[in-house]
Design a protein around this ligand. Structure first.
Ligand code: S3P
Length: 190
């Protein structure tokens, strides 16, 4: 049976790399694994990976927490939009965005028009466990991370749902999530 056959990840990736003509942009909540999965996805496709948050930090020469503290969130969102706009230039690459990027109307329009948006999604318990590993996120510093994430999920999930593709991040090895993304991309392309 054709549909019961296991996907060959290398074949899937090389087929996708043939038709891919724009960036893949990973969106979704903090802790879902956009950077880790994105880096691996890019390697499988043989294209470059860029972390938008890292680009903002490099351009501003300060940490995200510092940008929030000294200049406020709107300033950060503006930098985020500019960085993402520069990265969406028709070149196929994988871009991991910060969790709030897709919530900005202009940034979302840039992504939807010039890239393929992939919503990486996981259940709350998984996100809470993963964000507990580092304390660098300004939005999680005031309050219980589980409550903050639950509130953000409520507000943001309907917007993330506008992404072209929705993939649930699995527990366990990231290569399984990468394979799910490759399969979803192949289906999306038809
Ligand atoms: C944010 C997510 C962070 C970072 C900033 C704000 C958000 O990125 O951009 O702290 O609004 O959800 P990650 O999703 O990579 O943690």
């Amino acid at each position: 049976m054709l549909q019961n056959r296991k996907s060959d990840p290398a074949k899937l990736a090389s087929d996708i790399a043939q038709w891919l003509d724009r960036p893949l942009v990973l969106v979704g909540l903090m802790g879902v694994g956009k950077s880790t999965v994105g880096r691996r996805l890019a390697a499988d496709l043989g294209i470059s990976f860029v972390d938008a948050d890292e680009e903002i930090v490099a351009a501003a020469q300060m940490s995200i927490a510092e940008i929030f503290e000294r200049f406020g969130e709107p300033y950060f969102r503006d930098g985020e939009r500019r960085v993402i706009s520069r990265l969406i230039d028709g070149t196929p690459r994988v871009i991991a965005t910060g969790g709030g990027a897709f919530m900005n109307d202009e940034t979302r329009a840039l992504i939807m028009n010039g890239a393929i948006a992939i919503w990486l999604d996981a259940d709350l318990a998984t996100l809470v466990e993963r964000v507990g590993r580092r304390n660098t996120r300004p939005l999680l510093r005031n309050g219980d991370p589980a409550e903050v994430l639950a509130r953000l999920a409520e507000v943001r999930n309907p917007v993330y749902a506008q992404a072209h593709i929705h993939v649930r991040s699995k527990d366990g090895p990231h290569h399984r999530t990468v394979l799910t993304i490759l399969e979803a991309l192949a289906r999306w392309h038809g």
